[in-house]
Design a protein around this ligand. Structure first.
Ligand SMILES: Nc1nc2c(ncn2[C@@H]2O[C@H](COP(=O)(O)OP(=O)(O)OP(=O)(O)O)[C@@H](O)[C@H]2O)c(=O)[nH]1
Ligand SMILES: [Mg+2]
Length: 279
């Protein structure tokens, strides 16, 4: 990635023309850092002494990262419930399955819930993952009430005493108030029995600034605890994780890098930043 190497080398090289500044700014914007954030870095870079550029930029970027915990909640002794939410096609079902696979590899027991009842295919998709991962899937009928699936799922999770319940939900736009209310209902039904510990918003990294704008509006109507950034293996740009953390204040908890269960990992902000900053 080395997003900032051009900036550092130009500045260390001495004179920086206005064409140079424009080119550097353009490369930051093209990396999905966002126009305002990019302009801010340029004005910072113009102010500081050449020998201080790396430390100043590093400090600024570090400040942009979310200060909230990146660790997934875990509650020994009771079920930890994770709702997976987001707009259509961002990778919720795949990420739910990947999260299950990650938890299993960390010796946790898990139950999956198919609370996307809009399409029969969505239920099949999660059931296929459940078979592949050898994890039970609680599902209702197509067109059924997703809150009743959630109710059955938390009951089954408590009965079987699993560590985690991962609930896949249908894709929805924040503008569809009926669908947003439905998310609230899923949450309330579970919370009558046991806390909802995490609401993870799945964002397709290849949608860039649009995805960030969507995430911002989504979290205005749903209390989200963290982000999953998917499709980082595709045409996603390096600046997106930093920009989305700054814009939303939420931590990226996991990153998806492919279509397989293993293409998923906790977000390592330190190595991400050092990747952006390396010369
Ligand atoms: N390359 C790549 N593809 C991904 C990743 N995550 C998901 N996908 C693909 O994106 C497509 C959509 O993924 P789904 O998990 O079905 O998305 P969804 O959000 O559940 O979709 P809806 O339920 O229809 O809203 C599938 O083809 C996935 O294989 C990723 O990290 N990298
Ligand atoms: Mg889905």
């Amino acid at each position: 990635m080395a997003l900032f190497s051009k900036l550092f080398s130009k500045i260390r090289g001495g004179a920086t023309s206005s064409a140079d500044w424009d080119e550097i700014e353009r490369s930051l914007i093209e990396s999905d850092l966002g126009a305002t954030n990019s302009a801010e870095i340029i004005s910072l870079a113009k102010k500081v002494r050449a020998e201080d550029i790396e430390s100043s930029v590093t400090a600024a970027l570090t400040n942009w990262l979310s200060t909230k915990s990146r660790a997934l909640s875990g509650n020994p002794g009771r079920v930890t419930t994770v709702l997976v939410v987001g707009v259509n096609g961002t990778g919720k079902t795949t990420s739910s399955a990947k999260l299950v696979s990650y938890l299993i590899s960390n010796d946790k027991s898990v139950l999956l819930a198919a609370a996307d009842t809009f399409r029969a295919a969505a239920i099949d998709q999660l059931q296929t993952w459940g078979e592949r991962l050898n994890v039970p899937v609680i599902a209702g009928k197509a067109d059924g009430d997703p809150a009743s699936v959630a109710f059955d799922a938390i009951a089954a999770a408590q009965k079987t005493n699993v560590d985690y319940l991962v609930v896949d939900t249908a894709g929805r736009l924040h503008t569809k108030s009926g669908l947003m209310d439905e998310l609230g209902k899923i949450r309330r039904v579970i919370e009558k029995v046991s806390p909802v510990d995490e609401v993870l918003l799945v964002v397709d990294a290849t949608t860039g600034q649009n995805g960030i704008a969507q995430a911002k509006t989504f979290i205005e109507s749903v209390a989200v605890t963290g982000l999953i950034l998917t499709k980082m293996d595709g045409s996603a740009k390096g600046g997106i994780a930093l920009a989305i953390e700054r814009e939303t204040g939420l931590p990226v908890k996991f990153v998806g890098t492919g279509e397989s269960a293993g293409d998923f990992a906790p977000f390592d902000s330190a190595s991400y930043l050092s990747g952006l900053l390396q010369a």
